[in-house]
Design a protein around this ligand. Structure first.
Ligand SMILES: [Ca+2]
Ligand SMILES: [Ca+2]
Ligand SMILES: [Ca+2]
Ligand SMILES: [Ca+2]
Ligand SMILES: [Zn+2]
Length: 743
């Protein structure tokens, strides 16, 4: 049986450090009064599982035009200490909070909510009608004494909070009630140690349901995610650290921890800024995450400071969807009749927003006549849309299709605005994004061969572009930049290079793009290739004393090409982790914290530390103006450098470069389970290999022809006795011998 006082004491100790969320405490206190709640909660969990089991496939396939699937009417009750006081928040600040809920829950492009999470397709709409159907701004103002309080503060789950709620709340089956008050505390009134608390579905009386948030954390830029978090609880989400490291396998993840399979378990709540850590070890059966993964500290349901919170996972979306469909105190909210009654969604406030597919960061570069896929991210479920591409007051082209539409980019190069006007049954709104679209001039395409060494001080170099999806994230806005340090350029031959600092990039799976200008590949080009130099060291970190489970933080570099100006991309190169590492094995940090000296920097002076890569351009790109895109997918690992980019014809001298490039590599070496032979060479050569022991006996062999400029062959070495082996490789007319050690 649980010892409640002890657990309360523990929570109080945690909170002594920093204000946090009171939802768990509210539940503990409610449970103390009514032990049957645990049973009710379990019934709801069973309904959730049943719903997900029954509707899983349709929930997993979200296709087509992204729209809000559910709209929740919201009323905000400002409990203040006097008109004009700082806790009497203006309507504009409430509207700002509701807009930021849209950004977070809808993962709206070009907002802070556009991170590596998902679009939950849930929208919150500030009521325009009161419970009697009369027009209302959706915000009520009540002096704390009129709400039945002796001061502008409430305790988590205390009778003061119950009194405030029942004195001011609107019907809980029609509105999500949000109370905003100066101070919330767990046990000592002077501490104000709680930022907010919420009721889970099915828990709490009908007058208790809703969310309470501290006024200083409501509706301010980069200080609005407490409400996002508390509404997550209101829609049945637990903290990602619920149950510590419970739910680490495929069979326990839906019943243990936060009961969401694609959120990696986290040993404890995390505070402050985002960081690299791995406190729980998931098994390979946890396929929703792909096995063990670092803690997802940026999840809205952890405790980081608001600027670092920006992820809901697909599993969380599905769980919230299940709550909206199964919890009796949530299902009435989003019904069309209720949206009409409360003046919300298609009957409520409206705001126009949009995005261009494939463009993560405006201005968006396109080509003349290119087809543009535009998507409305407007609030208020508009039914009518007017899209316009404009230059000044001149409309170049327009469409009335929506919420998703296609427009053709102007035929004349230049800078254009995009305007979206929308309307629903009660109102209209419009947004013009000035300078949103830049139509490239194909006549300015660079000639072939093309080179770039990043020695000029401008970055990105003229004509190059950067796409940085998380550019609105205030405190971790990492993307490609230029690094300049004497003699550290590739092979010691220059000073500057392109770099991305994964070492301090705590936004796992974010993709940052560095894109060349248009390059004109002649139809007559013989074997065109992209050549570049890369310097990268992966990072392995294990520090059991600090609850850091060993993990290889290995970032990925991918190279793509497009002949339709970026509408479609073909991937030509993809290498990550220790495969990308120039030494073939990561920097090992074991038994201590990572320090800045573990940060990768290319050595200065003539050296062989860089790797030269040659990537074939498929013949279909000949005779086209192409874009080449270098993509970094961060794993919070280590800095990645590229330099000396060349787009040119492959020449024998390029392929058998005097550069100290290993054409054949064998890793890992020593090996245990298997070894990987990597061959970089022109395609088409016949290949034959044989593994001998020291007695000259052939143990393994294979043959074929090189199809790609880079081929990987896996040698199954698990059953070999320990010792020294020789791998003989015939490549065309050349023969190479490589040593391999089995341990
Ligand atoms: Ca989980
Ligand atoms: Ca983990
Ligand atoms: Ca350089
Ligand atoms: Ca970025
Ligand atoms: Zn919470």
């Amino acid at each position: 049986m649980r010892t409640l006082p002890a657990s309360l004491l523990m929570l109080a100790l945690v909170w002594a450090q920093r204000p946090a969320c009171g939802t768990d405490l509210l539940y503990e206190r409610a449970l103390q009064e009514n032990p049957d709640l645990a049973q009710m909660r379990e019934l709801l969990e069973q309904a959730t599982l049943a719903f997900l089991e029954q509707n899983g496939p349709s929930l997993r396939t979200q296709t087509g035009c992204p729209e809000s699937d559910y709209v929740i009417p919201v009323v905000v009750h400002i409990i203040h200490s006097g008109a004009g006081q700082s806790d009497s928040l203006p309507l504009s600040q409430v509207i700002s909070q509701v807009e930021q809920l849209f950004d977070d829950y809808r993962k709206r492009p070009y907002s802070k909510g556009y991170s590596s999470g998902v679009d939950t397709r849930i929208e919150f709409s500030l009521a325009t009608k009161d419970p009697n159907g009369n027009p209302h701004p959706g915000v009520t103002y009540t002096h704390y004494s009129a709400a039945g309080l002796s001061a502008p503060r409430v305790s988590v789950g205390g009778s003061d909070a119950t009194t405030m709620k029942s004195n001011t709340g609107w019907p809980r089956n029609k509105y999500l009630n949000i109370w905003v008050i100066q101070c919330i505390y767990s046990s000592s009134p002077s501490t104000c140690d709680v930022l907010g608390f919420a009721t889970f579905p099915g828990i709490g009386s009908s007058t208790d349901q809703g969310v309470v948030v501290t006024s200083s954390y409501f509706g301010l830029p980069n200080q609005s995610q407490t409400t996002t978090h508390e509404i997550g609880h209101y829609l049945s989400l637990y903290h990602t650290f619920q149950g510590g490291c419970a739910g680490t396998s495929g069979s326990t993840c839906s019943s243990g921890g936060d009961r969401v399979c694609d959120t990696p378990p986290t040993r404890q709540a995390n505070y402050g800024a985002a960081r690299r850590q791995n406190t729980c070890l998931e098994s390979s059966t946890l396929t929703a995450t792909g096995g063990d993964r670092p803690d997802q500290v940026r999840n809205y349901m952890d405790y980081l400071d608001d600027p670092s919170l920006d992820i809901f996972t697909d599993g969380q979306r599905q769980r919230m969807t299940a709550a909206l469909n199964t919890a009796p105190d949530r299902t009435p909210l989003w019904q069309t009749s209720n949206l009409q009654a409360t003046g919300t969604g298609p009957y409520g406030r409206i705001k126009a927003n949009f995005a261009l597919q494939g463009c993560d960061q405006p201005p968006c570069y396109v080509c003349p006549g290119q087809q543009l896929n535009l998507t409305s991210y407007s609030m208020g479920k508009p039914s009518q849309f007017t899209w316009e591409i404009k230059q000044g007051s001149t409309v170049i082209s327009s469409s009335t299709t929506g919420p998703c539409t296609q427009l053709t980019a102007p035929s004349t190069p230049g800078t254009y605005d995009i305007r979206l006007a929308v309307s629903n049954s009660v109102g209209t709104a419009e947004t013009t994004y000035t300078g949103f679209l830049i139509v490239r001039d194909p006549a300015q395409a660079r000639s072939f061969p093309f080179t770039e060494g990043f020695e000029g001080s401008t970055f990105p170099p003229a004509g190059w572009t950067i796409q940085n999806p998380d550019y609105r994230t205030a405190n971790s806005n990492i993307t490609w930049d230029r690094y300049n340090s004497t003699g550290r350029g590739s092979f010691g031959a220059s000073n500057a290079m392109a770099r991305i600092r994964n070492f301090i990039y705590y936004n796992r799976t974010q993709r940052d793009h560095l894109i060349t200008p248009l390059i004109d590949i002649p139809a007559t080009a013989q074997n065109p290739v992209i050549e570049f130099d890369v310097y990268y060291r992966a990072l392995y970190w294990e520090n059991t004393s600090a609850n850091q489970v060993g993990y290889l933080y290995g970032d990925t570099l991918a190279v793509y090409i497009s002949k339709d100006c970026g509408t479609t991309w073909q991937r030509l190169y993809y290498k990550g982790g220790e495969d990308l590492d120039v030494t073939g094995s990561a920097i090992q940090v074991i038994g201590r914290n990572i320090s800045t000296t573990d940060q990768a920097v290319p050595p200065s002076g003539a050296n062989t530390a860089w790797r030269h890569e040659i990537v074939s351009i498929p013949p279909t790109y000949k005779g086209h103006k192409v874009l080449i895109r270098f993509e970094n997918i961060t794993e919070m690992g280590n800095n990645l450098f590229i330099d000396s980019i060349q787009v040119r014809e492959a020449t024998p001298s390029a392929l058998t470069s005097s550069r100290p490039t290993p054409i054949l590599t064998l890793t890992p070496n020593p090996t245990s389970q298997e070894a990987h032979l990597t061959i970089r060479h022109a395609a088409g050569l016949p290949l034959q290999w044989t593994l001998y022991n020291t007695l000259g006996q052939a143990l393994l062999s294979g043959q074929g022809a090189l199809v790609n400029p880079e081929e990987h062959i896996t040698l199954p070495t698990a059953s070999l006795p320990e010792g020294l082996y020789m791998l003989q490789v015939h490549l065309g007319s050349e023969t190479t011998l490589l040593r391999l050690v089995k341990e």
